[in-house]
Design a protein around this ligand. Structure first.
Ligand code: PGA
Length: 251
């Protein structure tokens, strides 16, 4: 089974509505006709509706940068799956390292978000990744295994096909230090094996695993050539039309 590559842009806390719409229009234009890959952009919550309108009719998908597990209620500051869909999003990033490390989200909360997103028909992108200390102490695989297993707790085989995983080593995010393609491939293979133990091997082969962490126009082709790297989650380089377009058009 062939996995359709996914290039996702995480705009983080950047861009006003006007700026976001302009960038989205450029990305939509350069994504026209792309059939062998998918493109997703995740604007700040304030711009989701306007961006979704701007990319309508193009292949570009829109995602939230996070998602709550309830559809409504007393959860100040949160955005529900219902609200994301209402604004035009079909995907949601979950457990991004900035959510984990700056805002203290743990695997239990990440898991609740995953379940909530899936129950609402959103495609969640489960982000996992080790810190530099964890890597240096030889804990990378252990940490990732726990993040994957606890993040997917309770998610059944008939839902796992909807899940996207993103491996983002914390030390590579926004630092200009990318994991080498061999380092990334080794981890992606390991994550796929963990998924194969949790679900069926056949199912694990269908799940897309993205790499994130300083993906740029000049390293995307090498990363995408690796057998278990099925796409990229791009931060900094997703904020300029030219660099993101080059990444979308990886070869
Ligand atoms: P970066 O961010 O591309 O700026 O390293 C990636 C991410 O945080 O998803």
């Amino acid at each position: 089974m062939k996995r359709i590559p996914l290039i996702a842009g995480n705009w983080k806390m950047h861009l006003t509505i006007g700026e976001a719409v302009t960038l989205a229009q450029e990305i939509a234009k350069s994504s026209q006709g792309l059939e062998d890959r998918e493109v997703m952009i995740a604007p700040a919550a304030t711009a989701i509706a306007a961006v979704a309108e701007a990319v309508e009719g193009s292949p570009v998908l829109v995602g939230g940068q996070n998602v709550a597990w309830e559809q409504q209620g007393a959860y100040t500051g949160e955005i529900s799956p219902l609200m994301l869909k209402d604004a035009g999003a079909t995907m949601a990033i979950v457990g991004h390292s900035e959510r984990r490390h700056i805002f203290g989200e743990d695997n239990t909360m990440v898991n609740q978000r995953m379940i909530g997103a899936l129950a609402s028909g959103l495609t969640p992108v489960l982000c996992v990744g080790e810190t530099l200390d964890e890597r240096e102490e030889g804990l990378t695989m252990k940490v990732l295994e726990v993040q994957v297993c606890e993040g997917l707790e309770g998610i059944k085989s008939d839902q796992i096909g909807q899940v996207v995983v993103a491996y983002e080593p914390v030390w590579a995010i926004g630092t200009g230090k990318t994991a080498s393609k061999e380092q990334a491939q080794e981890v992606h293979r390991f994550i796929r094996d963990v998924l194969g133990d949790l679900y069926e091997k056949k199912l694990a082969e269908q799940i897309r695993i993205l790499y994130g962490g300083s993906v740029k126009p000049d390293n995307v082709d090498d990363l995408m050539a690796m057998p278990d790297i099925d796409g990229a989650l791009v931060g900094g380089a997703a904020l300029q039309a030219a660099s993101f377009e080059r990444i979308i058009h990886f070869s």
